[in-house]
Design a protein around this ligand. Structure first.
Ligand code: ADP
Ligand code: MG
Ligand code: MG
Length: 890
């Protein structure tokens, strides 16, 4: 097995083996760019070292052979006393881990060769500066000496000289410093600084191997989800020197601006300096454009190399370079990280330059980046007073008056106030308030708490779990960690992208990308340097490419209209439970639940019918010509009844006053009767329809009559009726028979030909497993992956996120919550099974998905692969789903 590759042997596609740095050094070498010669030890060697504690047996000889070759090329030997070859030993893994691992410069210097370097370069200061750097870096990273000790000694030397600038230290000072440094090494390690150059090199190589498992590197990998078993390569690179005087220096540059994506000259340069000095901020760097004045020839060459690199990599690159006495050397390049806005701009710029095609451009932007571009943001230049911090649950920037209950949120917002709903945690009762509020702030709960999930679904800003805030909803105030009190009505600002909470109004700027989707900004507008145009072009291409249709989860005309503007091709989930809320309807629902006789029940239903019909008429109007899937009532009934504690108190008080309220008493009995230990697994979904006579029929009638009304008015309603929580085909058959009767009846009475498809949700494991049977009675399936995830894992979504998900994520049991991104192996394989069985029974079965996953980038790719017809998601996520569906198809 070959463990060492010369720079001339590798190429950019060998990142697994040579690491990113090594692969790109080889690529640049082969492009004929000025790269100091060297070789790369593979990640395979690192893996052996980390597994066995020693390097592979053949490595030493292989390194010797490559070192010999390098020495021949350079015409000098490593550490040779009169004319030393010096090298750097540099880490470099497959994925860039900036600053996480070790690099040692100037290997090969010793008490003897430092003299040779001085003589050969004619620059004694430079030689001693290089030597002190070696002892410092080697001491710290290879020998494990506390770096502070060297820093202190350096500071002391400068103090003695009466300066703060290391350039003021002359050769004599640096020579003294070398002695001090050597003393530190001897004292701390019990041995002298190694004088044998090969020993220096070997120890440095091992140190780089070991730095793969350093604390910093491990932490970084966990955050970035980089696998732990890749290992790092080691690059041995002959040294070039930026610290040889004013005609030398070192710098970093980008081929275009990584923040904006605009073309231009971006970078920093520091003369008379080595490597780390630029980023360490030791002295002030100058903008790269200054280099043109300092060294025009090198500058011109650098510009031309950057162009070569961009054209070769067909992407933005960042680079590290050094100039040694007017000669330019390239020390690193890679495809550079960039902001979301830059990613979109650069992708289309490269298309226009003819470097990539639209497919490639689409491949290079992500739904996550698009989502970032859609949130309004706080003006970064504004002054703001930070008063707390929580979890960044749903991005955006929201400003409003603090309110502490839903009722006030709704009341104030109706009168035109902007409010932030502040709660310890939210529950379904807070929904009205959450809708009315600009943003939601809670002191309890994580990324998957009720507040977070609902807010994300609505595209509403949310900071949750701000634990240091003491929320007192009774007194309508919260207290910050430092004892400040924020009362109801005080203005606060919350940043759902950073989790920060501010006192007062921080100014926000709207996102031009949203204005574009809303249709208030023309696609041709040159907003933010072409950002809107870039989004427009890539969205159009995604639409052109994608196989998946994208529908919206929406249950009112306003959301439906927005969804349409955002590109929805229908409604995939219209929840009807909101149609049972509100003062008047709530009373009817209570009557329905309390009904003792058929007449009472029918009268309550008859009262609800026209209200629901009107809701559907609005919805069908807004979605005219596009499919609207209406789900019949799903949640447990007690969600519509008053809170048990409040009600008990009311009843008890009334009794104490000897003035019992008959209705309250019956309600309380009903609440007790309907109470369930596991409401999620209780009387809900299709079970309601089977147990409460007339309920589903009323809903079906409202849908059918609304459709008929629209048709008669010349509209094109495309209703579909969906039955939730079906576990067996028998349930579906019963509901279906009833529904067909009602449809036929309405069709006959109105004389309208109603073609309304009846389908079901697949959200229980049994339904997925028996999908072949269920498809006999269903014209379409919509995968309810929220409930399916709950039931497949046996997780209660409302409980597990707060109790143990954090621990699961930390232990790596899953990298991301299965409620956020679909669990392909478990839930996903059930979905695939159901798709197969369902289509076997009914080849034209329509298949979709509704629920949180429909707008999640990774999950959209899965649904594409599974061959679904559409995904459905909240209106705000539609552009993300469109983009990702396009990316999945290329
Ligand atoms: P990192 O991965 O942390 O960027 P590098 O291996 O790139 O570490 O080294 C850091 C810096 O050290 C480089 O940017 C470069 O300026 C300097 N350096 C590394 N090798 C050499 C060399 N052979 N000659 C001159 N400078 C070097
Ligand atoms: Mg580097
Ligand atoms: Mg469900």
């Amino acid at each position: 097995q070959k463990f060492v590759y010369d720079f001339t042997e590798g190429n950019k596609d060998l990142k697994d083996l040579l690491g990113g740095k090594g692969a790109n050094l080889a690529e640049m070498t082969n492009l004929g760019l000025p790269v100091p010669p060297g070789f790369t030890i593979t990640t395979e060697a690192c893996k052996v070292y980390l597994e066995t504690g020693s390097e592979p047996a053949s490595l030493r000889d292989e390194v010797s052979a490559h070192l010999d070759a390098l020495e021949r090329t350079m015409g000098k030997k490593l550490g040779q006393a009169d004319n030393p070859l010096l090298v750097s030993v540099r880490s470099g893994a497959k994925f860039s881990m900036p600053g996480m691992m070790d690099t040692v410069l100037n290997i090969g210097l010793s008490d003897a060769s430092v003299q040779g370097l001085a003589a050969q370069s004619g620059n004694e200061r430079f030689a001693w500066d290089s030597y002190r750097r070696l002892i410092q870096m080697f001491g710290k990273t290879v020998l494990g000496v506390d770096g502070e000790l060297f820093e202190e000694a350096l500071d002391e030397a400068k103090r003695a000289k009466g300066t703060v600038n290391d350039l003021d230290l002359d050769a004599g000072d640096l020579r003294g410093l070398v002695e001090t440094f050597k003393g530190i090494v001897a004292k701390q390690t019990g041995r002298d600084f190694p004088q044998d150059p090969r020993e220096q090199m070997d120890l440095a190589i091992h140190a780089v191997f070991e730095s793969w498992n350093g604390d910093r590197a491990r932490l970084y990998r966990r955050q970035e989800r980089i696998p732990n078993d890749l290992g790092t390569a080691v690059n041995v690179c002959s040294m070039v020197f930026g610290n040889l005087g004013e005609d030398s220096g070192t710098g970093v540059a980008f081929t275009r601006d990584p923040a904006s994506g605009h073309q231009g000259v971006y970078g920093d340069y520091l003369s008379n300096a080595q490597g780390e000095d630029v980023v360490a901020g030791i002295r002030n760097t100058v903008p790269l454009s200054e280099l043109e004045n300092l060294d025009k020839a090198s500058y011109d060459q650098l510009m031309s190399i950057m162009q070569t690199l961009e054209e070769h990599y067909r992407d933005l690159c960042d680079i590290e370079f050094t100039i040694e006495r007017g000669k330019l050397w390239m020390l690193q390049t890679r495809v550079g990280k960039r902001t979301a806005a830059a990613a979109f701009r650069i992708a289309v710029q490269l298309v226009d330059q003819g470097l990539i095609d639209l497919d490639e451009a689409l491949h290079r932007v992500t739904g996550g980046q698009l989502a970032q571009l859609m949130f309004p943001r706080f003006d970064e230049s504004a002054k703001a007073e930070k008063i707390g911090w929580g979890i960044a649950a749903s991005p955006g920037a929201a400003v409003g008056k603090a309110v502490f209950d839903s009722y006030t949120a709704v009341k104030w917002s109706r009168s035109g106030e902007k409010v932030i709903l502040v709660r310890r945690e939210t529950n379904p009762d807070d929904l009205d308030g959450m809708i009315a509020a600009q943003g939601i702030l809670t002191s309890r709960g994580g990324k998957t708490s009720h507040a977070a999930v609902v807010a994300r679904g609505m595209g509403k800003t949310c900071v949750c779990g701000a634990e240091e805030l003491e929320v007192d909803t009774k007194r309508r105030r919260f207290t910050t960690a430092d004892g400040r009190v924020v009362e109801e009505g005080d203005v606060i600002s919350i940043d759902g992208s950073s989790g920060r909470v501010y006192l007062g109004e921080v100014p926000v700027v709207p996102s031009p990308v949203v204005e574009y989707f809303e249709g208030t900004l023309h696609a041709g507008a040159d907003e933010e340097g072409g950002l809107v145009q870039a989004v427009h072009r890539l969205m159009s291409h995604a639409d052109h490419r994608r196989k998946l249709r994208v529908r919206a989860n929406a249950d009112n005309a306003e959301d439906a209209a927005r969804a349409r503007r955002y590109g929805a091709q229908g409604i995939g989930l219209c929840r009807t439970e909101h149609m049972f809320l509100g003062e008047e309807r709530r009373r009817d629902v209570e009557r329905l639940i309390l009904a003792d006789t058929d007449e009472e029940r029918e009268s309550a239903l008859a009262h609800l019918l026209p209200l629901q019909r009107a809701d559907f008429v609005e919805l069908f109007t807004a979605m005219d010509g596009l499919p609207v899937t209406v789900r019949l009532l799903d949640p447990p009934l007690h969600e519509f009844l008053p809170n048990i504690t409040e009600l008990s108190v009311r009843v008890a008080l009334a009794e104490a006053r000897k003035d019992p309220n008959e209705n309250d008493l019956r309600l309380l009995q009903a609440v007790h009767r309907l109470h369930e230990q596991n409401p999620m697994l209780g009387l809900r979904g299709v079970r309601l329809g089977l147990v409460i006579p007339g309920l589903f029929s009323m809903q079906v009638r409202a849908i059918a009559e609304a459709a008929a009304e629209r048709k008669l008015a010349g509209g094109d309603p495309r209703a579909e009726i969906m039955i939730p929580l079906v576990g067996t085909v028998q349930e579906l058959e019963i509901v279906r028979d009833d529904a067909e009767q009602v449809l036929a009846e309405v069709a006959q009475r109105t004389g309208v030909d109603l073609r309304i498809a009846l389908g079901t949700m697949i959200e229980l494991p049994r339904a997925a497993v028996t999908a072949g049977q269920i498809a006999e009675a269903a014209e379409f399936f919509s995968f309810g992956t929220n409930d399916l995830t709950q039931t497949v894992w046996g997780f209660s979504r409302d409980d597990v996120e707060a109790s143990f998900f954090t621990a699961y994520l930390e232990k790596g049991i899953f990298g991301v919550s299965p409620f956020e991104t679909i669990d392909r192996d478990g839930v996903g394989s059930l979905v695939k099974h159901a798709v197969r069985e369902g289509r076997a029974t009914r080849p034209d079965l329509k298949l979709g998905v509704c629920g949180e996953h429909g707008g999640d980038p990774d999950s959209v790719h899965f649904f594409h692969e599974a061959g679904l017809d559409y995904v459905s998601c909240s209106p705000f996520r539609i552009p993300v789903a469109r983009l990702e569906a396009g990316r999945a198809a290329i």
